[in-house]
Design a protein around this ligand. Sequence first.
Ligand code: FMN
Length: 293
Amino acid sequence: MIIDLNDISLADKQSYLQHAIAPRPICFASTVDKAGNSNLSPFSFFNLFSSNPPIVIFSASRRVRNNTTKHSLQNVLEIPEVVINIVDVDMVQQVSLSSCDFPKGINEFVKAGFTEEPATLIKPSMVKESKIKMECRVIEVKALGEEAGAGNLIICEILRMHIADSILDENKKIDQRKIQLVARLGGDWYCRVDEANLFTVEKPNTKIAMGVDALPDTIRNSRILTGNNLGQLANVLELPAIDPNFEDPKLKSIFQYYSVNPTEMEQELHYYAKALLDQGNVYAAWQVLLAIL
Ligand SMILES: Cc1cc2nc3c(=O)[nH]c(=O)nc-3n(C[C@H](O)[C@H](O)[C@H](O)COP(=O)(O)O)c2cc1C
């Protein structure tokens, strides 16, 4: 299916975009108006755009229903300050509750049952229950249009971060497993990021990888190894050498059992290399594959 976004309804546009561009982190934005009234609302059109200076952007859209602007946007235009609270699994139902269209002046801290904690540099309050809070100065607001659904980029410089000790590791870095972040997808879908679904991918940018095109043909054209497997194998500087000290009983038994049938042996070795790659053991996978090159 091919869609031209100009030919479909606004609701369909939102649906395709929000299901496809996902998961999105959630900025739980605390702002104040010039009378000092607190406002708290979630925004998943949100991300990090620069580390130095530390810049995050979230977007408060014009309401689809009646093309009015959100209170958070009105507030940052009055007082250009915001606390961005990061949303984790312990908070998500209350965060969702706070997104109701409460009338202006209604404090969503109270409505959603969160605790206001004074910030140290700016007027808006922090959400005490959030494990990471960022005190930010709004440096620019950029409207992307005048029609219903148009975003307004709220560009924020982070001045200070508050991080709960409970999510730190022994080096005082954030332990990705300890903060169970949640993110928004399409419709009512959310996802949680925890040990059951986290995995690591080795960064290629410390070395220049040989690339998939440089893999030997039998590996590159394997019907068993997947695109992910080829990506792992090709993330080495050059074709590895056989390690004479590599001892592996399974490799030995494949050799003994299939020596009469080289095609089946190659297939078995590819299956074994795939299993090793799926466990993240690139070195052993290469040694297995090198045995038949
Ligand atoms: C998880 C979540 C993410 C949301 N993301 C956005 C967003 O990125 N942009 C937006 O305009 N509204 C978003 N909303 C809806 C706003 O939170 C909602 O309109 C809110 O009432 C705005 O409040 P305000 O008028 O007090 O600023 C989101 C709602 C939820 C629950």
